[in-house]
Design a protein around this ligand. Structure first.
Ligand SMILES: CC(C)(COP(=O)(O)OP(=O)(O)OC[C@H]1O[C@@H](n2cnc3c(N)ncnc32)[C@H](O)[C@@H]1OP(=O)(O)O)[C@@H](O)C(=O)NCCC(=O)NCCS
Length: 139
């Protein structure tokens, strides 16, 4: 999936987790998440082309939000090209300054590319997780 999504992860960048969507035994989507203290970074989101527009991307975003929350994140960040800002806005992401991301998640390996020339063209987004209804089950 990393190869199909053109996601490059260095061998020593093991701080993140990968959420995979499956159709039977076949992986059809991936979301990459990295958390640090009380913040998370959605590093990548990808659904295989023939499986798009069926809600898999939305489910991966939901899973990433829950995983970030479980790891203690109160804020979830993302850095995406302009053309995906509208998609993530569906889930409540709003634009923020890159400095907020780099300041809040200073050590995350996925933050490092945000400082590179290529990633400077990306828009940084934030989503406040503290108001989410997590639906904690009661006995
Ligand atoms: C973006 C992506 C993850 C969405 O996956 P998906 O499984 O098709 O998403 P969903 O089924 O939850 O949502 C589909 C809806 O999002 C819309 N959508 C898809 N890409 C969009 C975009 N870039 N901007 C705005 N809307 C977009 C579709 O038109 C569709 O709209 P509809 O519900 O009105 O039919 C997928 O298109 C993808 O992998 N794109 C290439 C990888 C990529 O660039 N990822 C970065 C995303 S931040």
């Amino acid at each position: 999936m990393l190869h199909r999504a053109a996601i490059t992860i260095a061998a020593d960048e093991s701080a993140g987790c990968f959420l995979l969507a499956y159709l039977g035994d076949d992986p059809v989507g991936i979301a990459c998440l990295e958390t640090e203290v009380d913040a998370g970074l959605l590093g990548a989101l990808f659904v295989v082309e023939q499986m798009r527009r069926q809600g898999i991307g939305a489910q991966l975003v939901s899973a990433a939000k829950l995983a970030a929350h479980t790891r203690g994140a109160r804020m979830l960040y993302a850095a995406v090209p302009q053309e995906f800002v509208v998609y993530l806005a569906r889930f409540g992401f709003t634009e923020t300054v890159p400095a907020e991301v780099t300041r809040t998640i200073a050590e995350a390996s996925m933050v490092l590319p945000i400082r590179s020339d290529e990633m400077r063209r990306c828009i940084t987004l934030r989503l406040d997780l503290s108001g989410e209804p997590w639906g904690i089950a009661t006995a």
